[in-house]
Write a protein that binds this ligand. Structure first.
Ligand code: HEC
Length: 189
């Protein structure tokens, strides 16, 4: 009996201890107004994907630098963004996303760019959640980062080491996803 109760107590404590971590999500704010963004404004698709959950814990886009996700990112970008931002994100109706200049400096961080893609900015830049789901937004953003052509030292979204190793985009096609590619980055699915 006592043993049982002890077990239950231990389980309860373990649950309580783990609970804060599970809810320690980052907060997201509208790029223009600073108002909190509500994920429930978007369709639920993509919310349960490991990559998106990790982003909500860390504020870092886990797809950045993952070669297996570049092809998917290119496909998504060409479907949802390139019409306004240009094929290489060089700028068209919307500003270039492949250089070190940002209208909203927060876009040099993963969290900031997600806030813009999810919540929109001004004019033609509306919320993108009806074109790409929340996890696909991150995969698309990783392709945008891959297209970067400017000074590596201004690649704020990377840690110092990765910044040093960064090579500006050379125009090459992304490799086909390998066998270990996350499900979300496989092509034709
Ligand atoms: C219908 C046209 C249109 C589409 C589609 C579109 N954008 Fe935009 N985007 C714009 C315009 C116009 C702006 C400038 C808005 C502003 O300055 O407030 C912009 C701004 C941005 C910015 C901020 C740039 C800065 O300098 O701070 C980012 C990041 C961005 N878009 C990413 C994306 C991504 C990623 C997609 C695809 C998922 C996308 N956009 C789709 C038109 C578009």
């Amino acid at each position: 009996m006592i043993k049982h109760r002890l077990k239950a107590a231990v389980a309860a404590v373990a649950f309580l201890a783990s609970a804060p971590a599970a809810y320690a999500d980052i907060t997201l704010n509208n790029t223009i107004t600073g108002e909190p963004l509500n994920l429930d404004d978007a369709p639920p698709d993509g919310r349960d994907v490991a990559g998106f959950k990790e982003f909500m814990q860390t504020g870092k886009n886990p797809y950045v630098g993952n070669k297996d996700c570049l092809a998917k990112g290119e496909e998504l970008f060409n479907g949802a963004c390139s019409g306004c931002h240009g094929h290489l994100a060089e700028g068209k109706i919307g500003p270039g996303l492949n250089d070190a200049y940002w209208t909203y400096p927060g876009n040099a961080t993963d969290k900031g760019m997600f806030e813009t893609v999810f919540g929109g900015a001004s004019g033609q830049m509306g919320p993108m959640y009806n074109s790409v789901n929340v996890d696909e937004m991150l995969i698309t953003m990783a392709w945008v980062r891959h297209l970067y052509k400017d000074d590596p030292s201004k690649a704020e979204w990377l840690e110092a080491d990765a910044r040093k190793a960064l090579k500006p985009y050379d125009g090459s096609k992304p490799p086909a996803p390998g066998p270990d590619a996350p499900q979300e980055c496989r092509m034709g699915g």
